[in-house]
Design a protein around this ligand. Structure first.
Ligand code: FAD
Length: 337
């Protein structure tokens, strides 16, 4: 097939680490292209928590997920990196120096090296097994991510789950919503002590009502408009909570998807790499960010950033075998346009 695009480095995944890898490639004058299955850049930060502050990005005492992605986008703007969004990379063939990637939309990309920054893979929420769920998802009555708090003004919300996400969102929406029910199948919630303290305070103030131990049982409503959420105890006692929104927070399902079929080692949705270069078991293919693993790995954005720098430097001799790479600070060379 004629390639849609030929590039030095194909970066699979436009989450925070994929975006920063594009910056590092640009600084080393390597061409690259960003590919992502989602329609927009930003990975988990943009899709799952755009309005949540992150506190452990160096030099940012607090920065919201969405704002971090906007800043990364500005940082790579000088390099005008092509983006193929809404395209899942399904196939990878070839060898060090000459790879071919194929997407589900029929694109063929030829690249001399590959960086897999696929995070949790084709991640998606764990959905509750409720009859008629799709119809309520289609209208937004059931949602798994809060993109804009303002969409919930004056609504009655059932939030389901017992972990940090459920509690954080109950607290974040308590002043927006008319009523919040927090449903959990156990009496005890598992979250940061400060969140639990704030939860007790909000319950005492009547802003949040705990519905425990109950689990989701059914959805009441018509044509995608939700009127009530039925919950049940383990003994089968049911009750209906009057609500027009349901936010289930049962974690993310992670699945490497097609990447697991490629000719490289993987362990439980992660790809082992050589820590000094982030190269995988397939020479010329590198993995960074949440998807990469090695002893001591922390699944943190800051660690993904440093892996992006290591991978780009390790790729340089593959793409430019005749040009020695002299290590330089960004302060001395500036940002090449
Ligand atoms: P991701 O952000 O997962 O992006 C991977 C991208 O690859 C996705 O967009 C996906 O669509 C794409 N992709 C996957 N497979 C393919 C394919 N085959 N073809 C095309 N595209 C593909 N980290 C911190 O450091 N500090 C925090 O405070 C923090 N808080 C968090 C709070 C929440 C609620 C969550 C969910 C996560 C938090 N994290 C935090 C974790 C952080 O978001 C991740 O470590 C980070 O997003 C990983 O970045 P990544 O670029 O490796 O992968």
């Amino acid at each position: 097939d004629a390639p849609t695009l030929s590039t030095d480095v194909a970066i699979i995944g436009a989450g925070p680490t994929g975006l920063f890898a594009a910056f590092e490639c640009g600084m080393l004058k390597l061409d690259c292209v960003l590919l992502d299955a989602l329609d927009s850049i930003g990975g988990q930060c943009a899709a799952l928590y755009p309005e949540k502050p992150i506190y452990d990005i160096p030099a940012h005492p607090a920065i919201e997920g969405g704002a971090l992605i906007e800043a990364l986008d500005r940082q790579i703007a000088p390099f005008a990196v092509p983006r193929l969004l809404g395209r899942r990379v399904e196939g990878l063939e070839g060898h060090r120096g000459a790879f071919t990637l194929r997407t589900d939309k029929g694109d063929v990309i030829s690249a001399r090296a590959v960086i897999i920054a696929a995070g949790a893979g084709a991640f998606g929420p764990n959905r509750p097994p409720l009859a008629g769920l799709e119809g309520f998802e289609a209208t937004g009555a059931v949602q798994y991510y809060v993109r804009r708090r303002a969409d919930f003004t004056g609504t009655r919300i059932v939030i389901a789950g017992g972990g940090d996400s459920a509690i954080d969102w109950a607290l974040a929406l308590k002043d927006e919503a008319e009523k919040i029910f927090l449903v959990h199948r156990r009496d005890r919630f598992r979250a940061a002590p400060e969140s639990l303290r704030q939860l007790d305070e909000a319950v005492a103030a009547g802003r949040i009502e705990k519905i425990v131990p109950y689990q989701l049982h059914g959805l009441h409503g018509t044509n995608g408009t939700l009127h009530g959420v039925e919950v049940a105890t383990l003994d089968g006692d049911t009750r209906v909570l009057e609500a027009d929104r349901l936010l289930p927070f049962f974690g993310l399902s992670t699945d490497l998807g097609p990447i697991a079929q490629w000719d490289l080692d993987s362990i439980r949705s992660t790809i082992p790499v050589v820590p000094s270069s982030c190269e995988t078991s397939l020479p010329g293919v590198f993995a960074i960010g949440d998807v990469a693993t090695y002893p001591g790995k922390l699944k943190l954005i800051l660690q993904g950033f440093s892996e992006a720098a290591m991978a780009a430097h390790a790729i340089h001799p593959i793409v430019r075998p005749d040009t020695a790479l002299h290590f330089e600070y960004s302060t001395s060379k500036g940002v090449p346009g």
